[in-house]
Design a protein around this ligand. Structure first.
Ligand SMILES: [Zn+2]
Length: 395
């Protein structure tokens, strides 16, 4: 047995623990450059409490940027250049308070500020860049997720998009893991239902894909099981995601989803993903479908594609999702798929790609853009002809 495990240096998890932000930030430096990403939290008393905690810790806080969409190459280039122009001081660090977009943005800026040997962040991106690598340690990052989904608070990459030319690729380095992570599930209570639904399905997709990935290890598989149990056990017979969508203030459900999202990030950073994430990136580029929603729609499709290759794993998931000891393997596999589809229906995730605005003529480009790091983790290879047929049949 042989594996590497990368995790943030410190993870602080718990309802209401946002008040500890000042102390945690002081651990990292003296001036926090802040990237915000939560529209609903803006002007919210919860954010004021955090700012007061930072002031009490006698730290300086500079509002760098509020990002309301997934980050693009130009965004990272401009903000990183502005930070450098204004002068980086000893003790500077990044604070990200938001969903995956804000956390990815902060991680990318932290890396680009200290790695000025390229012309653009694009030079460093997988598959499309000049193959430049992160040579210098990024500025430290304190990540505070306000959605329960991407797990970006525990991963070593930042996903950056471009629409001309079209791509959605990762800036990736083992040095990019956030140093300190503060997960306060109460911050997710103000998420709109559609965000709770899509980001929650992203976390579930990440747990399922990491579980069956060809790069999975005994460590990551254990993490995935624990994350999925958090979702499927102990919520009165309903998955936590359904309760969080339908009863936004359900504390146990919110805690479970934040925990699952964090574990999904730890898992995927160490095991990679699969087909749903490969195609989701392409749907983002060519049809502007947001990440969580794209994953949610793709998850049942990817499960079906892989179920014969890793039948034992999907049978295990069927038992875990249902809480029943289903003896018949085929029945257990079917159950994993049925339950996933039923959750999607219940929380308003569409079934077909056309409902996301995907057009038939976009399929060839989507197939081309699906290739990359995520797709390489899929339990079996899917060639272009098969992927094309698959996507067409789900239009
Ligand atoms: Zn994801």
């Amino acid at each position: 047995m042989r594996y590497d495990i990368l995790t943030p240096r410190k993870i602080v998890f718990g309802w209401g623990r946002r008040t500890e932000i000042g102390e945690l930030a002081r651990w990292l430096g003296r001036r926090g450059l802040t990237v915000g990403g939560s529209k609903t939290l803006k002007g919210h008393p919860m954010l004021d409490v955090m700012k007061a905690s930072i002031r009490r810790a006698e730290l300086e806080m500079v509002d760098l940027w509020d990002i309301t969409r997934e980050p693009e190459v130009i965004d990272i280039d401009e903000v990183a250049a502005a930070v450098v122009r204004n002068g980086v001081k000893e003790g500077d660090f990044l604070i990200a308070i938001g969903g995956g977009a804000a956390i990815d943005t902060a991680k990318a800026i932290a890396a680009m500020v200290t790695n000025r040997h390229g012309d653009s962040v694009q030079d460093f991106l997988e598959g499309v860049g000049r193959g430049l690598t992160i040579e210098n340690a990024p500025l430290p990052v304190l990540a505070i997720p306000t959605t329960a989904g991407t797990g970006s608070e525990a991963t070593k990459n930042a996903v950056i998009s471009s629409y001309d030319p079209p791509f959605k690729k990762s800036l990736r380095s083992e040095r990019m893991l956030p140093d300190v992570v503060l997960v306060d599930p109460e911050l997710t209570v103000s998420c709109p239902a559609s965000v709770t639904a899509a980001s929650g399905m992203d976390a579930i997709t990440q747990l399922v894909e990491s579980f069956v990935s060809i790069r999975a290890t005994p460590f990551t598989r254990k993490i995935c099981r624990r994350g999925l149990r958090a979702v499927f056990e102990g919520h009165g017979g309903e998955p936590a995601i359904v309760r969080a969508v339908e009863q936004p203030t359900d504390r146990r459900a919110r805690e479970a989803m934040s925990h699952a999202a964090l574990l999904s990030g730890i898992a995927l950073a160490n095991s990679g993903l699969g087909m749903a994430h490969g195609v989701a990136a392409a749907l983002g580029v060519h049809a502007r479908v947001r990440h969580g929603l794209a994953c949610a729609v793709m998850l049942p499709i990817a499960m079906k594609v892989n179920q014969d290759t890793v039948s034992n794993d999907f049978a295990e998931l069927g038992r875990l999702f249902s809480g029943r000891d289903i003896r018949d393997e085929d029945e257990a596999i079917e159950t994993s798929l049925d339950i996933t589809q039923r959750i999607n229906e219940r929380i308003g995730i569409p079934r077909r790609l056309s409902e996301l605005g995907v057009l038939p003529e976009q399929i060839p480009a989507i197939v081309r853009s699906s290739r990359g790091n995520s797709m390489n983790g899929n339990p079996r290879e899917i060639d272009d002809a098969e992927l094309t047929a698959l996507l067409e049949s789900h239009l």
